[in-house]
Design a binder for this molecule. Structure first.
Ligand code: NAP
Length: 301
C-alpha cells in the first residue's frame, strides 16, 4: 500500500480505501470483503449515517484498532445539536469510541456553517472524532467553511472523481493541492458505469496499458486518479476478489506518457459525462437545487 498525508495532519492515509454505499445485500460476504481489504492494507473505510452500512463496518473492524474509519453526518442534521446526536448514533452503530474522519455529507445553505462547524469542533474536543472533513463542497464552500473554524483544520473534501467524471479538475483539485487538503475520490469506478457497454472501448484501452504493468483495466482507472497529488480513492466492492484487485492499483506508477495516452482515450471514448444531467439527484443536481440538500427520494451516496 502507498500512503499520503491526510491534509496537513501527519496522519498516514492509504491511497485506496473502501466505500460501503449500497452494502447490506449480503452482509457476510461484505464483511469478508472488508476484512480482506484491511489485511491487504486498505485500512481506511468510508461509510455514512445515510448508508445503513455503519453496523456492517462495525462488525468488520471489531477488535481492531488499526483501521481509519470515516463517516458522514447527513445534510438534514447540520444544526448544532443534530450534529452531536448524529455522531453519537454513528459511534454506537460502528461500536467505536472515536470516528477518525467525520464529514459533512453535503452542504446545507439554510443552516449557518458556523453553527455546524462549532458542533464538529466540540466533537473533536470531546474525543468523539479526530478530524473534520466535508463532502460535495465546491472550493468556495470549502473556503467558507474553513473561515469559520476556531481551532481545527478541514482536512479533506470527498467528491465524485473518476476517469468518467472529471468535474473536480475544474478548480477543486487545484485548490486542494494548493491548500494541502486531501481530495477523497468517490465513485472512482463511475459507480460501476465503467463496466457498461458504453465504455467497452475505454475499458479495452485501459486494459492494454494495464498489461504492460501486469495489471487490469480497473487498476489502471484507479491508478490514473492516484497519480494526482492529494488524491485518494474509495472504490466500493462487495467481493474479496474485487477488493484485492482494487488494492493492487496502489502499486502502479503510470508514466507521463501513459497518463497522456489515458487522457487522450478519455477524450475519445467518454465524451458524454455519466452523471451531470443524467444523475437527477446526485451531487451536481443537488448543488443546482440551491439549498445543497438532496431532495427526498433522490439517489444519494
Ligand atoms: P464505485 O466504487 O465507483 O463502483 C462500485 C461498482 O464497481 C460496484 O458495482 C462494484 O461491484 C464494481 N467494482 C468494484 N471493484 C471492481 C472490480 N475490481 N472489478 C469490477 N467491478 C468492480 O461506486 P460508488 O459506490 O458510487 O463509490 C464508492 C464509494 O464512494 C461509496 O461506496 C461511498 O462510500 C462513496 N460515495 C460517497 C458519496 C458522497 O456523496 N460523499 C457519493 C457516492 C459514493 P461489486 O459491488 O459487485 O464488487
Amino acid at each position: 500500500m502507498r500512503y499520503i498525508e491526510l491534509g496537513r495532519t501527519k496522519e498516514k492515509m492509504p491511497v485506496i480505501g473502501m466505500g460501503t454505499w449500497k452494502y447490506g445485500a449480503d452482509e457476510k460476504r461484505e464483511i469478508e470483503a472488508l476484512e480482506a481489504g484491511i489485511d491487504a492494507g486498505a485500512k481506511f473505510i468510508d461509510t455514512a449515517e445515510l448508508y445503513g452500512s455503519e453496523g456492517i463496518v462495525g462488525k468488520a473492524i471489531k477488535g481492531r484498532d488499526d483501521v481509519f474509519v470515516a463517516s458522514k453526518v447527513f445534510s438534514s442534521h447540520l444544526r448544532h445539536d443534530d450534529v452531536l446526536a448524529a455522531c453519537d448514533a454513528s459511534l454506537k452503530r460502528l461500536g467505536i469510541k472515536t470516528i477518525d474522519l467525520y464529514q459533512l455529507h453535503f452542504p446545507n445553505h439554510s443552516i449557518p456553517i458556523s453553527e455546524t462547524m462549532s458542533a464538529m469542533e466540540l466533537l473533536v474536543k470531546q474525543g468523539k472524532i479526530r478530524y473534520i472533513g466535508v463532502s460535495n463542497f465546491s472550493a468556495r464552500e470549502l473556503e467558507e467553511a474553513r473561515s469559520v473554524m476556531k481551532g481545527n483544520e478541514i482536512v479533506s473534501d470527498q467528491v465524485e472523481f473518476s476517469i468518467l467524471t472529471r468535474d473536480a479538475e475544474k478548480g477543486l483539485l487545484g485548490h486542494c493541492q494548493k491548500e494541502k487538503t486531501t481530495l477523497i475520490a468517490y465513485s472512482p469506478l463511475g459507480s460501476g458505469a465503467l463496466y457498461t457497454p458504453k465504455y467497452a472501448k475505454l475499458l479495452e484501452a485501459l486494459s492494454a496499458i494495464g498489461k504492460v504493468h501486469g495489471k487490469t483495466a480497473t487498476q489502471v482507472a484507479l491508478a490514473w486518479l492516484l497519480a494526482k497529488e492529494e488524491v485518494v480513492a474509495i472504490p466500493k466492492a462487495a467481493s474479496k476478489e474485487h477488493v484485492i484487485e482494487n488494492v493492487g492499483a496502489a502499486e502502479i506508477k503510470l508514466s507521463t506518457d501513459e497518463l497522456g495516452t489515458i487522457n487522450a482515450m478519455i477524450r475519445r471514448y467518454s465524451k458524454a459525462p455519466v452523471w451531470p444531467g443524467a444523475c437527477s439527484g446526485r451531487c451536481s443536481s443537488t448543488r443546482l437545487s440551491g439549498t445543497g440538500v438532496p431532495r427526498p427520494g433522490s439517489v444519494t451516496g
